[in-house]
Design a protein around this ligand. Structure first.
Ligand code: NAD
Length: 216
């Protein structure tokens, strides 16, 4: 994959892939950049620019892109044609809700196991996943070939758990914890924070004349 792609471009490519998957499901064979852009809420020019940057080549002047081919090409560019083995670190309310979500397999993400430090959870199967003690993170990562960790521990444990994840050799962390975590350069962290989204919504929804008023 071209790791030099800007992260906003990667986000838009993920959006195009979702649109293409829907179109393919509807039996659509060709799609122009106008149609892809309309569905992904960006301009046709942006779509062409992004696909050029991603070195996608399946477009035909006039007819547009062949949906099935472009979907395959984009899946490859995004690294979604191989399987990714995922562990949940922190099997509390959120970890268990994530384990209950049934649709990872359709995207080649396989939830393999969970880790927790609570002796009441360790050794059990929760949400279909075996829960291992935190101390086994390194040995299980090797044994189970884990690639990605979902980080769902309390804020106070986030950095310590991250350090263990990194030491175990896991290179991708989906960070649900509302705090910044430090990792070495070869490890990628993607933050997921619905509270931050709510706060942005509150800003946009408040009456215009309140936006710049100091808090009382
Ligand atoms: P929780 O208290 O129910 O669960 C936390 C779990 O982590 C517990 O099982 C605990 O034993 C375990 N744990 C604690 N320290 C650990 C460590 N060092 N290693 C492994 N496991 C450890 O909490 P929750 O409600 O599931 O929330 C978990 C995290 O997710 C919190 O940081 C919360 O703020 C965050 N959160 C994020 C979002 C979001 O949108 N990103 C939404 C909800 C909650």
């Amino acid at each position: 994959m071209n790791k030099d792609l800007p992260s906003v471009t990667v986000s838009r490519l993920v959006g195009y892939l979702r649109v293409l998957t829907d179109l393919e499901g509807e039996g659509v064979v060709y799609a122009t950049s106008e149609r892809l852009g309309g569905a992904a809420q960006v301009s046709a020019h942006q779509v062409r620019k992004d696909l050029l940057l991603a070195r996608v080549t399946s477009g035909t002047r006039g007819r547009g892109y062949t949906v099935a081919i472009l979907r395959r090409e984009l899946s490859g560019t995004l690294g979604l044609t191989r399987r990714w083995r995922v562990a949940i670190v922190g099997m509390g309310r959120l970890g268990q809700a994530i384990a209950d979500y049934p649709h990872y397999k359709g995207f080649n993400f396989e939830l393999v196991c969970a880790f927790d430090r609570d002796p009441h959870k360790v050794g059990k199967v929760i949400g279909g996943l075996p829960v291992h003690p935190l101390e086994q993170l390194t040995s299980r990562t090797t044994e189970l070939a884990l690639d990605i960790a979902f980080l769902t521990v309390p804020v106070s444990s986030a950095q310590a758990a991250t350090d263990l994840i990194v030491a175990a050799g896991i290179r991708g962390v989906l960070n649900f914890v509302p705090t910044a975590i430090s990792v070495p350069e070869n490890v990628r962290v993607e933050p997921v924070d619905f509270l931050a989204g709510l706060k942005r919504l509150a800003f946009y929804l408040q009456p215009h004349d309140e936006q710049l008023a100091p808090a009382s």
